[in-house]
Write a protein of this length. Structure first.
Length: 247
């Protein structure tokens, strides 16, 4: 079943084309990646899909419904969550409070006035902290978490809204090799065990191999290659872009 369908999406900032005629489709249950060097348009693509930017033209459909240019909160309520490349965490709150706030924001409609505040969402918060491997840091102030744990917290916050489709913008940015594989392992488990459809971006091509089933290469806002990791690795155009970046 098609969960996400993007048709001929375009976005320019002044004279700069950040998204160029992008058409893209995801099946329910997929774990896929958008890769491309810095400035390729990966974050802009996510911003367009989640309502943070307005497209100049083109359409975005979620489960068949046209959500083009809906505001972020409406898109989120529909079941799409996104973790930012730049952190979305309340640094002065504890890990626990960050996750609980995210869950409460989702449950707002069903809140009972007479439920003591500290009991709200207690079980769900503990479960999500466990899933994200953050239980032992539940009462640490989020600002004091390691970079890797902050990223995991970011993930737990995104999961708080109970999404069906999850976008992760460079989930392993700034991580060591070990942290990267831990985090990608978690992403893989979320995909397999919670049957979440996940699309993530990554600028380092080597990180995605072994995790994403399908890669889409963006360059100057346009899709220039797509396929399995092996197909993309042996794609001449993709090779040129990555070799060109290193040279
Ligand atoms: P990536 O995430 O792949 O590194 P971005 O989507 O952040 O790339 O950026 C793509 C291009 O669009 C870059 O040239 C960037 O400078 C430009 N850009 C992104 N956001 C804005 C904005 N809000 N205003 C102007 N230019 C932007
Ligand atoms: Mg980016």
């Amino acid at each position: 079943m098609v969960i996400l369908k993007v048709e001929h999406l375009n976005k320019a900032f002044g004279g700069l084309v950040a998204t160029c005629d992008v058409s893209y489709e995801m099946q329910t249950g997929e774990l896929s990646a958008i890769i491309g060097p810095n400035g390729a348009g990966k974050s802009t693509f996510f911003n367009l899909l989640t309502g943070y930017h307005r497209a100049d033209s083109g359409r975005v459909l979620f489960q068949g419904q046209d959500i083009s240019n809906w505001p972020p909160h409406r898109i989120s309520r529909l079941g799409i969550a996104r973790a930012f490349q730049v952190s979305n965490i309340y640094l002065a709150l504890t890990t626990y409070e960050n996750v609980r706030q995210a869950i409460l924001a989702q449950q707002k409609r069903t809140l009972n006035f007479f439920t003591p505040a500290h009991r709200l969402a207690k079980k769900e918060t503990a479960e999500l902290l466990e899933v994200a491997g953050l239980s032992q840091h539940a009462y640490m102030i989020a600002g004091n978490l390691s970079q890797g744990d902050k990223k995991r917290l970011e993930l737990a916050i995104a999961l708080g809204s109970k999404p069906e489709l999850l976008f992760l913008d460079e989930p392993t940015a700034g991580m060591s090799g070990e942290e990267t594989h831990e985090t990608m392992g978690l992403v893989k488990r979320l995909n397999q065990e919670m049957s979440l459809t996940i699309l993530f971006t990554e600028h380092d091509m080597s990180v995605v191999f072994g995790y994403a089933k399908r890669l889409t290469v963006l360059h100057q806002g346009a899709i220039i290659a797509e396929g399995s990791p092996e197909e993309v690795r042996s794609n001449e155009t993709a090779q040129k872009i990555y070799l060109g970046e290193e040279a």
